[in-house]
Design a binder for this molecule. Structure first.
Ligand code: ADP
Ligand code: 5GP
Length: 207
């Protein structure tokens, strides 16, 4: 069967769309997922723990990780570096977990270039007004940073067509179920089931 190796999934979406909230519920609800922890040079938000939400790095440390080829991809987002450490992702895929990278669009495109069978999901709130309300409501950024992130959202909205599925985060629980279904259906894509198809062909010839 070809179902042993996990699927690599990229989840992107406007800042404030609810990606972090969705990922948390998805991992609490289902046990076949592993979430990659990125490295970043941005400062921790209150409550964020090094090694849990991110590996918090200095610019020097981050540039060393780049030089030593420890990252699958990295990008600059609103003045900070963000990148995906390679080892954990590879280990979890081998162990059969579906591995989720919650990364922005430049990184998403780099991952797809390297691993063409990556599943790309784009999360959006139902409206731009709701996006701004969520960003303001989260209360973790200054109005300046919120404005930069809203501007960045305008740019990111131009890249949505590169993704495989749009995930609309209106009601959270509905959205979590929908995302799980999309990912599980992906396991049955014919192009991912070569071993199973070969096996059934062989059995049919033998019977
Ligand atoms: P992101 O990780 O995409 O930047 P967050 O997960 O931090 O977004 O969510 C941004 C804010 O929106 C948070 O305050 C969160 O509680 C809220 N939020 C997330 N999903 C929903 C939803 N479905 N309905 C209402 N509020 C939501
Ligand atoms: P935040 O500062 O809100 O946690 O994240 C800002 C943006 O960086 C989000 O769009 C998030 O998805 C993205 N991001 C987080 N980790 C990575 C990563 O490893 N690589 C890339 N390319 N983007 C990331």
């Amino acid at each position: 069967m070809n179902h042993n190796r996990g699927i690599l999934i990229v989840v992107s979406g406007f800042s404030g769309a609810g990606k972090g909230t969705l990922m948390k519920r998805l991992l609490e609800t289902y046990d076949n997922y592993a979430l990659s922890v990125s490295a970043t040079t941005r400062s921790p938000r209150p409550g964020e723990i090094d090694g849990k939400e991110y590996f918090f790095k200095s610019v020097d440390e981050f540039e060393k990780m780049i030089a030593q080829d420890e990252l699958i991809e990295y990008a600059k987002y609103v003045n900070n570096y963000y990148g995906t450490p390679k080892d954990y992702v590879m280990q979890q895929l081998e162990a059969g977990k579906d591995v989720i990278l919650e990364i922005e669009i430049q990184g998403a495109l780099k991952v797809r270039e390297k691993y063409p069978d990556t599943l790309l999901l784009f999360v959006t709130p139902p409206s731009a007004k709701e996006l701004k309300e969520r960003l303001v409501g989260r209360g973790t950024e200054t109005m300046d940073v919120i404005e930069s992130r809203m501007k960045r959202a305008v740019e990111e909205s131009e890249g949505v067509e590169a993704y495989d599925y749009l995930i609309i985060n209106d009601d959270l629980e509905t959205c979590v179920k929908e995302m799980h279904h999309v990912i599980q259906s992906e396991h049955n894509k014919v192009s991912r089931c070569n071993a199973m198809i070969e096996q059934i062909r062989k059995e049919l010839q033998e019977i």
